[in-house]
Design a protein around this ligand. Structure first.
Ligand code: SF4
Ligand code: SF4
Length: 349
């Protein structure tokens, strides 16, 4: 890793340079809630002033740029008597993702394990991932964040450049030669001792701002012991089976594939759509049998995939503790509450 510092006005130059030659997306203010608090989303940046680097968690994650909710995988055309197949990886010009928080960088790293480094890589995801330059930025912990408990409050890889606001300047961690070359276009210097001290102080102050914790000690074993617990029924009865939690989650990747043929039999297409394990027909198979007809079994499955099955396969949880699912859930089902209640075997639910 190479470290540099640069003055704040240099960031504007860098972003404008990137906008001039690339598609840049980052946090923008999408509106305000009923209390006047800004709502943030990832969107295209056309001018530096659109970028909100001091944003809180976005409602939707940056997953949408790698796993769109709906994606055409292939089209088929009947040409004389043969079907012509056309595959489109849906990759546009290089994408600069500017301003990802550590949890969202770690979420992409987790998706990589399944969608790039497993036995069956997904070329559609890989093509987009390889075409992206990522700039991370440090964040202010929000009350709903529990990334520190999940070990995802800092990002050690999965980005090209990571910047931390030192107050009067930025501290930059350079992770790739692309980032190194980009930074040649602005004025940077080697960090002095004061910069390092200031950086360490900011990191340590940030660590003290996390207020939500989840005890993950022996969680896999506890989940095994509590498979039949009444706690699952308690949360399942509250769940509306709406699937919102999976939609906003940066690490949920389950999907369904739909094929359709035009009525004149000249064209067909294959569509991939993200899906949620909380939806009623998620585990329905041909013949109409549903392996998880109850909301409680589906909700339980989501937790066992994130905190049990994924841990067994990859030695880490599939949850980064961003808190988005709990904030979006109309039934106020939050991961820390569910895990704490499982740990206490439903004594306090
Ligand atoms: S947990 Fe909440 S967001 Fe998820 S399906 Fe149930 S009600 Fe919807
Ligand atoms: S399960 Fe919830 S808290 Fe965990 S990564 Fe997904 S949205 Fe974030």
């Amino acid at each position: 890793m190479i470290f540099r510092v640069f003055e704040k006005e240099e960031l504007k130059k860098l972003v404008e340079l990137l906008i001039a030659h690339n598609r840049v997306v980052g946090p923008v203010e999408a509106g305000k809630d009923s209390s006047g608090i800004p709502i943030y989303a990832f969107g295209e940046i056309f001018e530096f002033k659109d970028l909100r680097l001091n944003y809180t968690t976005t409602k939707l994650s940056a997953k949408k740029y790698f796993l769109p909710f709906k994606e055409e995988l292939a089209t088929f055309r009947m040409d004389t008597m043969n079907w012509q197949k056309e595959i489109n990886y849906n990759v546009k010009s290089p994408l600069i993702l500017f301003g990802l928080h550590p949890c969202d960088i770690n979420a992409l790293n987790k998706l990589d394990k399944v969608l790039i480094h497993s036995d069956y890589p997904m070329p559609y995801y890989l093509a987009k991932r390889k075409n992206t330059f990522i700039v991370g930025v440090n964040c202010e912990p929000q009350p709903s964040c529990f990334c520190r408990s999940m070990g995802t409050d800092t990002a050690m890889h999965g980005f090209d450049l990571f910047i931390t606001d030192l107050g009067n300047r930025y501290f930059a961690e350079i992770h790739t030669d692309t980032a190194y070359n980009f930074l040649k276009h602005i004025k940077t210097t080697e960090p002095c001792e004061d910069d390092h001290v200031r950086y360490m102080k900011i990191v340590s102050e940030r660590n003290k701002k996390f207020v939500t914790y989840v005890d993950t000690t022996d969680l896999m074993k506890i989940l095994d012991m509590e498979f039949q617990s009444e706690v699952w029924k308690h949360w399942g009865d509250r769940c509306l089976a709406c699937g919102t939690c999976s939609s906003v989650c940066p690490t949920c990747y389950c999907y369904g594939v739909e094929e359709s043929v035009d009525i004149d039999l000249k064209r067909a297409r294959k569509l991939k759509m993200l899906y949620s394990c909380n939806l009623i027909d998620f585990a329905e198979v041909a013949g109409g049998h549903n392996f998880r007809p109850e909301r409680s079994t589906r909700l339980k499955y989501r937790y066992y995939h994130k905190h049990r099955g994924f841990v067994e396969a990859f030695e880490e949880s599939l949850c980064v503790g961003c808190g988005r699912c709990g904030e979006a859930c109309l039934a106020e089902i939050r991961v820390p509450d569910v895990i704490n209640s499982v740990r206490s075997n439903g004594v306090r639910v």
